[in-house]
Design a protein around this ligand. Structure first.
Ligand SMILES: [Cu+2]
Length: 145
């Protein structure tokens, strides 16, 4: 009986090891993400916390983190939304949302936003900051295994 309860306890702790995956990324006044790549497990829940650690006003240096669907280039997406009139107040134009897997809010200095999503199937997913022009420097890769 003791062995059985020990096995059950082990099983439960195993379940806890598979708890949500937590990823934290920051953006700064130099248009840099601190994490340019991260890896998550397919089908598992991801808590992604994004923080703007800069000091410049949101209208001049706001940041967000936009993860694109598989096969969508962050560079091309960044260029496309500029053509759609993306701005500090409309960083993800409506017509571009079909390309977006998950996105945080656009953040001003010292703000943070946490989003939760289920990691899609295995593959490579590009992300960027969609504040106009920031895609030139603020890009990264989420690998799903
Ligand atoms: Cu930015």
């Amino acid at each position: 009986m003791k062995i059985l309860s020990a096995l059950i306890a082990l099983g439960l702790s195993g379940a806890f090891l598979h708890a949500d995956q937590k990823i934290t990324v920051t953006g700064n006044d130099f248009m840099q993400f601190d994490l340019k790549e991260f890896t998550v497990s397919a089908g598992e829940k991801v808590d992604l916390e994004f923080k703007n650690i800069g000091k410049m006003p949101k209208i001049a240096m706001g940041h967000n983190l936009v993860i694109l669907k598989e096969g969508i280039s962050a560079l091309k997406f960044g260029q496309k939304i500029m053509g759609m009139g993306a701005s500090a107040t409309n960083p993800i134009p409506e017509a571009s949302k079909e390309d977006v897997l998950a996105a945080t809010k656009l953040l001003g200095p010292d703000e943070s936003d946490t989003i939760t999503f289920t990691a899609p199937k295995a593959g490579v997913y590009q992300y960027l900051c969609s504040f106009p022009g920031h895609f030139a420097m603020m890009r990264g890769i989420m690998t799903v295994k």
